[in-house]
Design a protein around this ligand. Sequence first.
Ligand code: SF4
Length: 331
Amino acid sequence: MLIDVIYVEREARDYPKTDEVLARFAQARVIECERHGALFNRAGQNFRLQKNRPALMLAVKHGRTVLPAPAEYGLGKNNYYFSHMLNCLYDCRYCFLQGLYRSANYVLYVNYADFAGSIREHADRHPDGAWFYSGYDCDSLALEPVTGFADAFVPLFASLPNASLELRTKSTQVRSLLSREPLDNVVVAFSFTTRPAGDALEHKVPDPQRRIDAMAALQQHGWPVGVRFDPIIYHEGFDDSFAMLCERVFSRVDAARLHSVCLGAFRLPRDFFKRMRRLYPRERLFSQHLENTDGMIGYRRDLETALLDGAYDRLTQYVPTAAIRRMDGVA
Ligand code: SF4
């Protein structure tokens, strides 16, 4: 990973994580700033251009560090997300972060202890169980060598047996997890799309086989792992490609021991969709088979149902139905 410019909030200067990161990118130009938000949210930035060479911003997260997860996100009944980072190393054309943020620069919040304190507080409110998701505004593990995120947060969950953490990723950065004892309440969830969709839309993402190997290694080490076929992207020959993907995944991973498998269709809030289409006006994904349902842009209902039905049926050949979750709520 190449970083030419690092913005450091004055307040972030005093945190050990800041020193660690600056030492790692000793060649980068360091610019001190008062508040990262003024730069990150500045009007007139071009996400697509910035994505070619994002800067890194080291900042302190103020206000609420843990938030209720969106309804479609949850695996359990008390669902929260937290974002130690904004934006992602990878460049998936369907990624909603392109519609959510004006800037493609990475933000890393260095006050990990504040996040940990808030996670503990929220977990204490739910003795009957709570889920925490770290992969909403970034890929949970892609920048692990820089952020040390899993190294810092996984041990927290060892002391919170009533809480669970989902690390969602398209990366192969599992070394830090393989070097520690697995925890039953930390699930590493790997996202996959079919080969044609991945080739066309997932830029800079590690090869699927390497990700499958990483997932198998974690499972053999004793970590609970999950699979996320989300978003399901339509293309000609989808059913055959999905069958091939299942064969590849489940020939390496023990399906009977999977924590969970989730299926979700491509779907975006309309405003995000409009911004993304402005960034990539020639992208076919944004112009075919879509409709607007109550402010959400997704595939035509009949197509979405057919895609999810087909994928669900295929999955039942490998995975116990109790472990499969359709994000459209049908199963
Ligand atoms: S890996 Fe996830 S967070 Fe990263 S660009 Fe792709 S969809 Fe977005």
